[in-house]
Design a binder for this molecule. Structure first.
Ligand code: MRU
Length: 351
């Protein structure tokens, strides 16, 4: 399995996703500030991977702390969490992971420092293992939704590289292929950062899953030609009403899917569901550097001085979503009810 990120005795090690697909190189962060930088700079990206990266960054910051008492460590811990929380605003898994590390810290405050440090490292490692297990469970649930044969379109990268392993949307595809389904993946290239052509195609080729890369503006034509039997994407945040924030361009794909009568599925772990946010209009959308739009591989593609927009995500209204696949099962409309039911199931499972 691809090691997207891992805790090592030397620091937190990441495959450098900015270098793929032509170079497979790794970077090891030795400080929490370095972890924050690799999240912001997209060396690691994808909502679940961002969450676990932040948890490991917090564990690293606490490990490196020179504090001599818990009282001295507490403000430092808060500051480390703040640094992580300012990296990328849309993926709710980031805030979920920081919250979980905060809860762990609070539960340990009466313990000796060495024990606190070790327990936070173990908590981050546990989150890593749980993420892979959640993706495999999502795969088991979601594979049944995939066609026995035919094209499946995906957008951005919701694969092993966006998670700790196996993937969400690509996990569903992997599980379906493992069951013997004859799936051919159509990967939207996903401008401006090209996660589809660089990352999704790279990891599916490694697995030997047939893949065709298309530029984003070809998706409608492929659907019209009958090449796409289903669509499956990941999510960065799902509001309580089922509105889905995902990579910019997802909304376009969902509307086209409705026009062509193609099911549009979203696969995401429960940590991506944000019941505190009532609907998609309240989800903060990250604005990224204009250079991602104006340049491709360092070459300028637009005239000097032209105005540019670069929202990293869009929101697909719940009415376009055929089902949401989670590790706890499949939710269907009305999502206000089905997502809350999953939350209750999740609380019971954790009890
Ligand atoms: O900006 P990115 O590359 O972090 O955006 C990633 C996506 O939009 C993914 O589709 C999403 O995080 C789901 S990942 C399992």
């Amino acid at each position: 399995m691809i090691q997207t990120l891992e805790w090592t005795e030397f620091g937190v090690r990441f495959i450098d996703q900015t270098k793929l697909p032509t170079e497979e190189t790794y970077v090891t962060c030795k400080t929490h500030q370095q972890v924050a930088d690799v999240i912001r700079d997209m060396v690691v990206r994808g909502a679940p991977a961002i969450g676990v990266a932040a948890a490991m960054g917090i564990a690293l910051g606490v490990k490196n702390s020179k504090a001599v008492s818990v009282a001295e460590l507490k403000p430092e811990f808060d500051q480390i969490c703040d640094v992580m929380g300012k990296t990328r605003p849309t993926a709710v898994n980031l805030f979920w992971a920081i919250g979980r590390m905060r809860d762990k810290f609070e539960s340990l405050r009466v313990r000796p420092l060495a024990q606190i440090k070790q327990a936070l490292i173990e908590e981050a490692q546990r989150m890593h293992a749980e993420d892979i297990a959640a993706n495999q469970a999502m795969g088991r649930h979601g594979a049944a939704l995939m066609p026995a044969s035919g094209g499946v379109l995906t957008h951005c990268n919701a694969g092993a590289l966006a998670t700790c392993g196996y993937g969400t949307a690509l996990g569903v595809i992997r599980a379906a292929v493992a069951q013997g389904k004859k799936i051919h993946v159509y990967a939207d290239e996903t401008r401006p950062f090209l996660q589809g052509s660089r990352l999704t195609a790279w990891e599916l080729m490694k697995d030997g899953i047939p893949t065709t890369v298309i530029s984003d503006n070809m998706a409608g034509a492929m659907m019209k030609q009958g090449k796409i039997a289903a669509i499956v994407v990941g999510a960065d945040r799902i509001a309580a009403n089922g509105d889905v924030a995902n990579k910019i361009g997802t909304y376009t794909v969902a509307v086209l899917a409705r026009e062509h009568g193609i099911p549009f599925y979203v696969a995401a772990p429960f940590s991506t569901i944000d019941l505190a946010t009532s609907d998609g209009s309240k989800i903060p959308i990250e604005q990224r550097n204009r250079l991602e739009v104006t340049h491709i591989a360092g070459k300028q593609m637009v005239p000097d001085g032209v105005s540019v927009e670069n929202p990293a995500f869009d929101v697909t209204p719940a009415k376009y979503v055929s089902a949401i696949v989670t590790e706890l099962g499949i939710a269907r409309a009305p999502y206000e009810n089905s997502l809350r039911q999953l939350a209750e199931d999740s609380a019971k499972a954790g009890a």
